[in-house]
Design a protein around this ligand. Structure first.
Ligand SMILES: CC(C)(COP(=O)(O)OP(=O)(O)OC[C@H]1O[C@@H](n2cnc3c(N)ncnc32)[C@H](O)[C@@H]1OP(=O)(O)O)[C@@H](O)C(=O)NCCC(=O)NCCS
Length: 331
């Protein structure tokens, strides 16, 4: 049976570090509040001349190197982002040009912070049906450029970064011993669109003096309400992935959850009954990097030698849309 295997992974974050103490000088907040409410200590911020596809390029070149794949041989690029280089064309096409992936089809997927798992799900279908031999799945954001730096309820949360995995089609046995992606599970609920949104700059409210005056070009979030639905969505879709493949929680070696808030991650681990050693957390150093958080977190675990051949990885994400999504894979 043809399955998608993750054969390469890479991540990248911009150099500039913005600490909670730096934020104390910008808005009325403090390190203690941010740390206790979110688990975040610092985040990375892209430079003025750095674009989303620039961050993606660095992460992608590392992933290609690990996979031993040349950019010229890449057949598909699916890129999850909510902070594209520009409204048109797709950031995936900018990345395709910058890495020289001449043969590749390239398009973006927008699913808020679930963008990476949505993109993974799409690319997995192409690979496991044999439509392409390989694919790049990218999660990348520069949300700092869509952040209202006067709004303390959102500007403390987000950070910039990128992560890429290389998928390759490989014949694998049927059943639980197989390596590669077992399944992905996607959900949405547009009724919750206004819990997290950037209301201006699209067709509802095209760029205008009013949009700028009312700060509609920036992220808005209803934090408390989002918190509750995020815990529920992340947990339920994780259980769905286990049940769909006949896995118990004890068979999971690594949980890589979207890094939105350490309290959310802990609540999800509790609901799933999984010990904290299996749950990877790096939100203290990156903040919420939205689509990039899962591939950055997984890459750090891989680079640290924590992910061993044959380990079972459960990914779970939640974001604007609302969207929530999971993936179960054996490394
Ligand atoms: C944003 C979040 C950290 C806020 O934590 P919270 O415990 O819900 O805090 P609240 O928003 O209720 O605010 C509590 C108080 O702190 C204040 N506050 C808000 N931001 C603050 C900040 N940066 N510094 C200090 N005080 C702050 C509020 O004004 C409020 O004061 P009040 O009680 O006098 O009105 C939390 O709601 C969260 O993480 N939500 C989910 C975010 C998320 O996951 N988003 C992306 C999904 S992909």
């Amino acid at each position: 049976m043809l399955r998608s295997r993750i054969v390469g992974i890479g991540s990248h974050a911009p150099k500039r570090v913005l600490t909670n103490h730096d934020l104390e000088k910008i808005v009325e907040t403090n390190d203690e509040w941010i740390t206790s409410r979110s688990g975040i200590k610092e985040r990375r911020i892209a430079g003025e001349d750095e674009s989303t596809s620039d961050l993606a390029k660095v992460a992608t070149e590392k992933a290609l190197e690990m996979a031993g794949l040349k950019a010229a041989d890449v057949e598909l690029i699916v890129l999850g982002t909510a902070s594209p280089d520009m409204p048109l064309p797709a950031t995936a096409c900018h990345l395709q040009r910058k890495i020289g992936a001449k043969k590749a089809a390239a398009f973006d997927v927008t699913a808020g912070c679930s963008g990476f798992v949505y993109a993974l799900s799409v690319a997995d279908k192409f690979v496991k049906t044999g439509a392409v031999k390989n694919a790049l799945v990218v999660g990348v954001e520069i949300l700092s450029k869509f952040t209202n730096w006067k709004d303390r309820s959102t500007c403390i949360l987000f950070g910039d970064g990128a992560g890429t995995v290389v998928l390759k089609g490989e014949e694998q046995p049927e059943g639980k011993k197989a390596k590669g992606i077992f399944s992905t599970h996607l959900h949405s609920d547009g009724d919750g669109w206004d819990l997290i949104c950037i209301p201006g700059g699209g067709t509802v409210a095209p760029q205008s003096a009013r949009v700028l005056a009312e700060n509609m070009q920036y992220i808005r979030m209803q934090g408390k309400e989002t918190f509750k639905v995020a815990v529920k969505g992340l947990s339920e879709v994780a259980v769905e992935a286990l049940e769909a493949n006949g896995f118990t929680k004890d068979e999971v070696d690594h949980v890589v959850a979207h890094q939105a808030n350490s309290r959310i991650i802990n609540a999800v681990a509790d609901r799933l009954g999984l010990p904290s050693e299996k749950v990877h957390v790096n939100i203290d150093r990156y903040g919420n990097t939205s689509s990039a958080s899962i591939p950055i977190t997984l890459d750090e675990a891989v680079q640290a030698g924590k992910v061993k051949d044959g380990d079972v990885i459960l990914m779970t994400a939640f974001g604007a849309g609302l969207t929530w999504a999971s993936a179960l894979a054996r490394w």
